[in-house]
Design a protein around this ligand. Sequence first.
Ligand SMILES: Cc1cc2nc3c(=O)[nH]c(=O)nc-3n(C[C@H](O)[C@H](O)[C@H](O)COP(=O)(O)O)c2cc1C
Length: 184
Amino acid sequence: MAFLLSRRSRPAKTLKLPVPSRAQLMPILTAAARIPDHGKLEPWRFIVLESTALDRLAALAAVRAAPLNIAPEKIAKGVAQFADADLAVAVIASPKPSEKIPAIEQTYSAGAACLSLINAALASGWGANWLTGWAAYDREFMRRGLGLEADESIVGFIHIGTQTGTPPERPRPDIDAKVTWMTQ
Ligand SMILES: Cc1cc2nc3c(=O)[nH]c(=O)nc-3n(C[C@H](O)[C@H](O)[C@H](O)COP(=O)(O)O)c2cc1C
């Protein structure tokens, strides 16, 4: 509970080298995959983006910005998200055909994988941050950049690296206002 009550992301742009090695990342990914999954469909997968891949995605984001009519400041941010990163894990929603499990429940499970991955990275002493950005919603970027199938989507890029500081705490929900106690 002490970890969960104090956990917080670290902004991706503040993350530096070193990043976890493959050997260090595997237990983090294993923990991330330990999540509720109705029907045991495993409707998600991880794509680990190492430095060269991130550079390639930065270049692709710059190319895709033109046909998408992205505003200049948004282009720079979308490109820098990859160009400035040293390691990120793309969490991919990969729905499975099922008569029993609704698609949205599969998406929830993929979202759970994102938080679980952040928490596993934080609990291991790394900084981590969940980003999406406009490129995450571009079908061409998904296909050319990550090789996604037509029914797959990007739930998040989880940036992981060495934390360089503690950002100021952001306001947290007023839990009393968010909780309803139903007694009958
Ligand atoms: C689905 C999703 C997408 C997000 N995408 C972005 C993003 O593209 N850019 C950004 O600055 N923050 C984004 N955020 C917010 C960051 O992850 C933010 O740092 C986070 O809410 C901090 O929360 P924490 O300190 O409780 O971990 C996103 C959050 C979620 C849940």
